[in-house]
Design a protein around this ligand. Structure first.
Ligand code: ADP
Ligand code: MG
Length: 296
């Protein structure tokens, strides 16, 4: 496209809530035949809420909540924010002296730290497995019950033992199913990629009408899935909101960041969906189509 055409399209995009960062994205978007969506915060609203908590091996609700606030208070992850909010509600007069040391983020898995002399982990089963925390049957039941309801469960482990779990719900965006179905009518395949577990991911995918799912994928794994698709001849747009999506946003032919997402994702993307509405994935592709066909 000519510089003028790019300028016109960029201006039009901006007025429609689609921020296009350069001519390159505009040139490519019309060729996209595969859209890969992140789950949390992209297909879902991204404001998870804790719906229940379960305690194991004698921990009190006070200790559970106190630990949760101290540890997850250091994390920017939406699930962490939901856990802190829940714990603060359960401890209305909370004034903790709990000090966290050696706080560590495990991308796509959870967080870990020291609380006093105790080693504490908050995260998914993958994190527990890699840290040699034994998974107890009672916990497995809690997980499968919640995951079939499209909820995500997160575990607390203290000194290598499962101490508690929470179930988190994060509803899908109202337009998500409509967008997937419209993309299908444009002969564009939708795929979900997520760091979350397979059961929850599959349940959410079903709600929005996506048939292809990659779950339990870490940030580099997300980028690898994009590269696999490209190696098979697909022209891929990636839509994501998180730091964990940025390698995939860079790898994709067209990276699209959710406006409400993290700065890192917005930096990594070619296009920003300013209002965070998924309809604008279609707006962006449309805009590219119109721009290119006008030139030819
Ligand atoms: P997604 O790809 O769906 O955006 P992430 O890669 O950010 O998900 O996270 C994958 C999973 O890792 C989450 O579903 C959660 O189980 C776990 N996780 C990540 N960060 C945290 C955290 N701060 N506390 C607890 N669990 C976490
Ligand atoms: Mg996300």
């Amino acid at each position: 496209a000519t510089p003028t055409a790019v300028m016109v399209a960029t201006g039009k995009g901006a007025s429609q809530g689609v921020l296009i960062k350069g001519g390159n994205a505009l040139e490519k978007a019309h060729k996209v035949n595969t859209v890969v969506f992140d789950k949390t915060g992209t297909l879902t609203v991204g404001k998870p809420e804790v719906v229940s908590a379960k305690l194991f091996s004698g921990i009190s609700i006070e200790e559970f909540c106190d630990t949760a606030i101290a540890v997850e208070g250091n994390s920017e992850h939406p699930i962490a924010k939901a856990i802190v909010k829940y714990a603060k509600n359960r401890l209305p007069n909370y004034k903790s002296q709990t000090v966290v040391k050696d706080f560590e983020v495990h991308p796509g898995a959870g967080v870990g730290c020291k609380v006093g002399s105790k080693t504490v982990l908050f995260g998914n089963k993958k994190l527990m497995r890699s840290s040699n925390v034994a998974l107890i049957p009672e916990m497995e039941t809690y997980f499968s019950d919640n995951e079939t309801l499209a909820r995500t469960c997160v575990l607390l482990a203290i000194d290598g033992k499962v101490a508690g779990a929470v179930a988190v719900t994060d509803p899908v965006k109202p337009e998500a199913a409509r967008v997937v179905s419209f993309l299908r009518s444009m002969r564009i395949t939708s795929i979900m990629v997520t760091g979350d577990n397979w059961s929850t991911a599959t349940a959410i995918a079903k709600e929005v009408g996506i048939e292809n799912v990659f779950a339990e994928t870490d940030p580099m794994g997300k980028a690898d899935r994009i590269k696999d698709l490209q190696a098979n001849g697909m022209v891929v747009a990636m839509v994501g909101d998180g730091i964990n999506d940025s390698p995939a946003l860079v790898a994709a032919d067209v990276g699209m960041a959710i406006g409400a997402g993290t700065d890192v994702a917005i930096e990594a993307a070619d296009i920003v969906l300013i209002t965070s509405n998924l309809e604008d994935v279609i707006t962006a592709i449309d805009l590219s189509k119109r721009t290119i066909s006008r030139i030819r």
